[in-house]
Design a protein around this ligand. Structure first.
Ligand code: ZN
Ligand code: ZN
Length: 249
């Protein structure tokens, strides 16, 4: 598996930036995890959008789905121009609710929607995907994802506060993509469905993740400072997300 960071910023993209989107490639498939603002422009640096095989969404907050409308337009046009099979919509997998978001996911022949729940087991070519509901948001589901392929485990934590019950879901992760929304100086006193960089590092250390990618960062954070606050993680490599960063598992 190979992971490419297409976007990692939140709540909005900085100059030439992008909010969350991660490209996952194996020998058999090209998957996009989340589709934030600016992600499509970054995806185009790697290959044309019509070569995408599937999109998996963690939840429907704007920073994770902002580019879906233009992705649908793009795919529709490529179908019209004959670069993509007009009878093969891009499958979008995402939480079953809320309706107001899911109803816009099927679009002509460009995209089709397949709802997932916490107990959904998904096999996409050589990738096996499972889901875990996180502590996030206002009552609507947000799912972390565990992707397994070729004996490697990629864990995408999505947006997840300290109340997430991880259980054995992170077990043996070769890479944990974990949000670190806050630094020490702006961490709210009451948890609000997000982690700080320090908490992300502690979580990855506690579960002995083999490497860590800290993400969901405000665009103006200093990456050296992020790394300093991730001091609790000692097991393996600690990456701070940046656009274009590639990690091979
Ligand atoms: Zn969110
Ligand atoms: Zn978010």
């Amino acid at each position: 598996m190979r992971v490419t960071v297409l976007g990692y910023q939140s709540p909005y993209p900085g100059p030439a930036g992008a909010t969350p989107g991660y490209l996952v490639e194996t020998d058999q498939i090209r998957l996009l995890l989340d589709c934030g603002s600016g992600v499509l422009a970054q995806l185009g640096k790697h290959y044309p959008i019509y070569e995408l095989d599937a999109l998996i969404l963690s939840h429907y907050h704007h920073d994770h789905v902002a580019d879906i409308g233009v992705l649908q337009y793009g795919l529709m046009v490529h179908q019209l121009f004959g670069e993509r099979d007009p009878h093969k919509p891009l499958p979008i997998y995402g939480p079953e609710a809320p309706n107001v978001n899911t109803q816009s996911l099927p679009y002509r022949n460009a995209t089709a929607f397949y709802p997932v729940q916490e107990n959904t087991d998904l096999t996409l070519a050589d990738v096996h995907v499972r889901f875990l509901r996180t502590d996030h948001g206002d009552g609507d589901p947000c799912y972390a994802m565990r992707l397994e392929a070729g004996r490697k485990v990629l864990l995408y934590g999505a947006d997840s506060g300290p109340g997430t019950n991880w259980g054995s879901f992170i077990r043996e992760a070769d890479l944990f993509i974990c949000e670190g929304t806050y630094l020490d100086h702006n961490l709210p006193k009451t948890p609000n469905g997000h982690l700080s960089v320090r908490q992300a590092a502690e979580l990855a250390e506690q579960h002995a993740c083999r490497s860590l990618l800290i993400t969901h960062l405000y665009h103006a954070y200093d990456s050296d400072e992020v790394l300093r606050q991730a001091v609790a993680y000692t097991v393996g490599n600690c990456h701070v997300a940046q656009i274009g960063l590639q990690i091979a598992l």
